[in-house]
Design a protein around this ligand. Structure first.
Ligand SMILES: [Zn+2]
Length: 329
């Protein structure tokens, strides 16, 4: 049996370093230039007869705000981050929209932060359009865009950097209660100052599309095999989606939780983005109990790419078990 002590590993590493600059005949090899760039981020899988592509929009990395979890102490939030092997005082929030080819329709669910952010963030965010193209999908070929809710990280990608429709041939479908809330002038005038920016952004994005949308209700088939499942609390009209083909299905939860290391492990925590914390928590617990009981595959918009997992109950919370990479379809 090989014994792997720290000393053996270090000795091995030193020997490897010494050897790596020499080729078999003893001549010195040229150093390969580093790629300095991540590979395109898309992950494809079969769901029954459907083909689903998770197309990442990148991730936002920033300092952990003191109030990021409204009802938990920053020390406890940091402890949860470190338990998830993430850096203390730092928050990484990924963005992962989906595209579903049902065989008859090409359907996008949510759109990322938009190409404007791609330049601003030096390519860290707003990657959706370039990753979509790299996955072989033409934005012009998308028939339907289904929106889960009206936060900027889900709707801003509806527009190009110069405010033109990013999906010029698509019908845009939105949850009816979400539209009713954000487009109502009275609601806007009574809303807290902190929400005004979001009201304005919603009107900016949909205004540029001529406010041409199809509003949808709960438990409706929006495209073949894609059914709305209203999951309110994060926003008033927040919707998840259940995609089914044959005996296979996946539940795309949008923002029922933000990052799993915090909010799946601690479903009682209320993220600053949850507009109605107690309602979001009740929705989260109900949905996650179902995911665990049914052993159902799920996709989480803010999960680490490729943002798919199964859910187990664990103590007072839940444990996500990320899917394994499948090298074939
Ligand atoms: Zn979001």
């Amino acid at each position: 049996m090989i014994e792997l002590s720290r000393r053996n590993l270090l000795a091995g590493a030193a020997a490897a370093t010494a050897l790596s600059s020499l080729s078999s005949n003893g001549s010195v090899l040229a150093a390969a230039p580093p790629a300095a760039k991540q590979a395109n981020g898309f992950y494809r899988y079969k769901l029954g007869a459907f083909e689903v592509t998770v197309v990442t929009d990148g991730a936002r990395v920033g300092p952990l705000a003191d109030n990021f979890v409204r009802n938990a102490k920053k020390d406890d939030v940091n402890a949860a981050l470190q338990a998830g092997f993430q850096n203390k005082d730092e928050l990484t929030i990924p963005f992962n929209p989906n595209v579903i080819n049902t065989g008859s329709k090409l359907v996008a669910i949510d759109t990322g932060l938009g190409l404007g952010v791609f330049a601003q963030s030096k390519g860290k965010m707003g990657q959706y359009q370039s990753n979509l193209a790299a996955s072989g999908i033409d934005a012009k070929a998308i028939d339907v865009v289904i929106i889960s809710h009206f936060h900027g990280d889900h709707i801003n990608g509806l527009l190009t950097a110069d405010n033109k429709p990013a999906f010029p041939n698509a019908e845009i479908m939105v949850p009816a209660p979400e539209w009713a809330y954000w487009m109502d002038d009275g609601t806007m005038s009574r809303a807290a100052a902190g929400l005004q920016g979001n009201f304005k952004n919603v009107r900016r994005v949909f205004g540029a599309l001529g406010n041409k949308v199809t509003k949808y209700d709960d438990n409706k088939e929006l495209a073949p095999g894609i059914v709305s499942l209203f999951t309110p609390g994060h926003t008033p009209g927040h919707s998840s989606h259940v995609v089914t083909s044959g005996s296979s299905s996946v539940l795309l939860q949008a923002d029922v939780t933000n990052i799993p290391s915090l909010f799946v492990r601690n479903p009682g925590w209320h993220a600053v983005f949850d507009m109605d914390g107690p309602m979001a928590e009740a929705t989260r617990r109900k949905l996650y109990d179902r995911l665990a009981a049914d052993r159902m595959l799920m996709g989480g918009y803010h999960y680490p790419f490729p943002a798919m997992a199964h859910i187990e109950k664990d103590g007072t919370g839940y444990r996500p078990v990320p899917i394994a990479w499948n090298p074939t379809l």
